[in-house]
Write a new protein. Structure first.
Length: 419
């Protein structure tokens, strides 16, 4: 099997698709008895080997169970292998919503949460912030439930890279359904972005900038606003950018048919917060992705630093998306205790060239404490990562305590956590 992007061949010796919790437990326990290794595989939207293993790979798409609403507590329990798009449809039918979504709704809930995935918005934390409880199958085959009130163990287990067990289910906070309008603006002057990035990023419920870092303007701004906060209409300009007059794709040469509705047309949250529609199967993924999150107070300096690399970026880059993420308390979250700016790079399928360029890009962002997105391509190793996460050693101790035999270890964890 390959990942979605096609840049990784999984190396698992065997693959299983359990159809019950009991079957999954037996698979895990049997692997533990053999001294084998196990990894859960979600929607395969990671661009690195975080979900790879030399042993048994378990795919949870046949596991039973549906979306379980608890309206009295404003929570929903969802199997870990479900896609956000499926969850969103079920919630909307019942009159409920999530606070935020990532740009692509096809990703699995457990995989997105475990790798620290996010949407955008100065007041919107990453997707993990919705988690009220997580259910993990340990090496014994037993399921342990950790809740928000469980303190450090919970905070260390929500964004955990699959190192602590297989996430079988999560309980998420929800809120009443709401409507969103999406507006695209073009040619935002870099001068406005660098003069007051917070003003630009905070001017909407969710704001994304799409750029190649060259020239005097950011090519596109995707602004999403909630109708309950801003009933309309769209402004005639956005910090010097002008409204698009037709549906746009982040890549100007691409057809916008699979993008969510724009042009200020109101619609349900699940049809506006992602950039892409759930009903369209994602493309073959002929691309690579990298992302770094750093303190938002350094936004202007970091953007200027990357702009200085524009000539080197150009041959490798499809487009870069700039977003914001509010802080949280999860130990391995890239936004742990920092309001962040997220610099996302969608690369052309040039793995050798991209890999060679990443150290230069990371060096340019190192003065600002840039943390990589765990599910994308990066070159930082354990000693470098240790300096970026105050609870790094605590997380390593937690992994040693909960998986002493290394059942859920893999080459990725050996690189990022150290032996």
């Amino acid at each position: 099997m390959k990942n979605w992007a096609g840049n990784l061949d999984y190396s698992a010796a065997s693959v299983a698709r359990p159809e019950s919790t009991a079957e999954l437990a037996e698979l895990v326990a049997a692997a533990a008895r053999r001294g084998d290794r196990v990894k859960a595989l979600g929607s395969r939207h990671c661009f690195n080997d975080v979900a790879d293993t030399s042993g048994l790979q378990v795919v949870l798409d046949r596991m039973p169970g549906g979306v379980e609403l608890d309206s009295s507590r404003a929570t929903v329990r969802v199997p870990g292998g479900r896609a956000y798009g499926e969850l969103a449809l079920a919630l909307e039918r019942a009159g409920w919503a999530l606070k935020n979504m990532a740009s692509l709704p096809h990703i699995s809930v457990a995989g997105a949460v475990q790798t620290g995935t996010h949407g955008s918005g100065t007041r919107n934390p990453g997707l993990a912030s919705a988690v009220k409880a997580v259910e993990l199958m340990r090496a014994s085959g037993d399921i342990e439930r950790l809740e928000e009130g469980d303190g450090d163990e919970f905070l260390g287990s929500v964004v955990a890279l699959g190192a602590l067990g297989i996430v079988t289910a999560l309980e998420l906070a929800i809120e009443p359904s709401y409507q969103v309008r999406q507006q695209v603006f073009e040619d935002l002057p870099w001068e406005a972005v660098l003069a007051d990035y917070d003003a630009v990023a905070g001017d909407g419920y969710s704001v994304s900038l799409f750029t190649d870092y060259a020239g005097d303007c950011v090519q596109q701004v995707w602004r999403k606003v909630r109708l309950d906060a801003e009933p309309g209409p769209a402004p005639s300009s956005f910090h010097g950018a002008v409204p698009a007059t037709r549906q746009r794709h982040p890549l100007p040469e691409m057809d916008a048919v699979n993008c969510t509705e724009q042009l200020d047309v109101p619609g349900p949250w699940l049809d506006r917060l992602p950039h892409f529609r759930h009903e369209f199967t994602p493309s073959a993924g002929d691309e690579l992705q990298t992302e770094y999150l750093l303190p938002r107070v350094h936004a202007a300096e970091a953007l200027q630093s990357v702009r200085g690399l524009a000539e080197r970026l150009a041959p490798l880059l499809f487009v870069s998306e700039v977003r914001t993420v509010a802080s949280d308390e999860f130990w391995l979250s890239p936004s742990y205790r920092q309001d962040s700016i997220a610099l996302h790079f969608t690369w052309r399928p040039l793995p050798v060239e991209v890999e060679a360029f990443l150290p230069e890009l990371e060096d340019s962002l190192a003065p600002f404490g840039a943390r990589p997105h765990w599910g994308k391509v990066f070159s930082l190793t354990a000693p470098q990562l240790r300096g970026l996460y105050p609870r790094f050693d605590d997380f390593r101790d937690l992994v040693a305590a909960r998986d002493p035999a290394g059942l859920f270890r893999n080459a990725y964890l050996d690189r990022t956590l150290g032996a």
